[in-house]
Design a protein around this ligand. Structure first.
Ligand SMILES: *Cc1c(COP(=O)(O)O)cnc(C)c1O
Length: 386
């Protein structure tokens, strides 16, 4: 490969030899497409007309009062599909079409990425197959229905845990056997190279917009940008535009679940150690034998025992800070934002909101919180938790 996708000591591609040609072809196609103005114009067109970009940078009056400084919400919840995931799936689907691959495959856990993928496939006239753990299919009926409405085939996976991890393995297995016509749409900024970079490049539109919108509104850069971190795609998307501005604090909210001490959490950057998961070296939750531990979070989108390698690196070099937020804090923040701002955000996004409420800011600070998605999908959870 031309570049190995390393972020300090993290990243890379630790995959079976069968998968190497898939990843090499993908990297070459992406490097070529990224520099082609016709392709970037196509992506921008779909993001504007289909997905509704730019999303607003919303000055949140009540939340500003509560936090004690000016707070803006980046409204990815208003993106078509209800979350930032559309940025990634539309981009990868356009890349697939450019590579003459008519068949998209993807893994999905709670179903959000599967739905975003099925939506993009329908839009661009591509066939879509989604691998989903059988247990997850039972737990997430509405998302299975949505995927089928978009014309996708949903394949139940019974192996192992019958959930996300097994679905990823199954999708990778299928890909190696069907490389000539199949494109694997990975759901977050993790996995083997080139996915962490590819997904970051497709999501960085979030931070690029924040930068331009805040310069317009305030004539300055933000003091801090906050985002929740599952695999890390919405966070790296929000952070990338500011990596070279050391005065902008980059802060990730990790799923603290029932608390770090309880062991029931998904706070990889806080409590993980260096290891290999899904084809890359990153921080992972593992036991002393290197067995991946189960993660826990009230929000399905953050319930992942790994994290993208670029976040592991940003944490190690101290450029970004990652702090855990418990299920209970996230629930409180979600309810507070609904009641006081009229915004029903996703439980995932509520982690970032909760962290902003927790941290000390100076009255002269300007804080941006990325609201990665809307919360309609979480209503059942909210009822169960009350
Ligand atoms: C999937 C999802 C996430 C977590 O994924 P990242 O790759 O960490 O961004 C966060 N928020 C919402 C609304 C999601 O759907």
């Amino acid at each position: 490969m031309r570049s190995e996708g390393r972020f300090g000591s993290f990243g890379g591609y630790y995959v079976s030899e069968l998968l190497l040609p898939c990843l090499e072809e993908l990297e070459a196609a992406w490097l070529d497409a990224r520099d082609d103005p016709a392709f970037t114009a196509e992506v921008a067109h779909e993001l504007a007309h289909f997905a509704g970009r730019p999303t607003p940078l919303d000055p949140a009056r009540a939340l500003s009062e509560r936090v004690g400084c000016r707070v803006y919400l980046k409204r990815e919840d208003l993106l078509h599909g209800g979350a930032h995931k559309t940025n990634n799936t539309i981009g990868q689907a356009l890349l697939a079409r450019r590579m003459n691959k008519r068949h998209l495959i993807a893994e999905t856990g709670a179903g959000q990425h599967g739905v975003a993928c099925a939506m993009a496939g329908a839009r661009l006239g591509l066939d879509v197959t989604i691998f989903m753990g059988r247990k997850d299919m039972e737990r997430q009926r509405p998302n299975v229905q949505r995927m089928r409405l978009f014309g996708a085939e949903v394949v139940p996976v019974d192996q192992g845990s019958a959930s996300l991890k097994a679905a990823i393995n199954e999708a990778m297995r299928y890909w190696t056997a069907h490389l000539s016509d199949t494109f694997y749409v990975f759901g977050t900024a993790a996995g083997p190279h080139p996915y962490p970079s590819l997904v970051r490049d497709l999501q960085r539109v979030i931070g690029d917009e924040i930068r331009a919108q805040l310069l317009e509104a305030e004539g300055r850069l933000p003091s801090a940008v906050l985002a929740c971190v599952g695999g890390g795609s919405n966070a790296i998307g929000a952070f990338t535009a500011f990596l070279d501005d050391p005065e902008v604090r980059l802060i990730g909210a990790e799923p603290g679940g029932e608390g770090i001490a309880s062991g029931r959490h998904g706070a990889t950057l806080t409590a993980g150690t260096s290891g290999c998961l899904h084809g890359a070296i990153s921080l992972v939750l593992q036991d002393e034998h290197g067995q991946i531990r189960e993660s826990h979070s009230i929000s399905a989108g953050l319930d992942y025992p790994g994290v993208g390698p670029e976040h592991a690196h940003l944490s190690e070099i101290g450029r970004a800070t990652y702090l855990p937020v418990t299920d209970a804090q996230a629930l409180d923040a979600l309810r507070w934002l609904a009641r006081h701002e009229g915004i029903l955000c996703a439980l995932e996004s509520a982690h970032a909101v909760a962290l902003a409420m927790e941290l000390p800011f100076d009255p002269s600070d300007v804080v941006v919180i990325n609201v990665s998605g809307r919360g309609d999908k979480d209503l059942e959870h909210l009822e169960a938790a009350s």
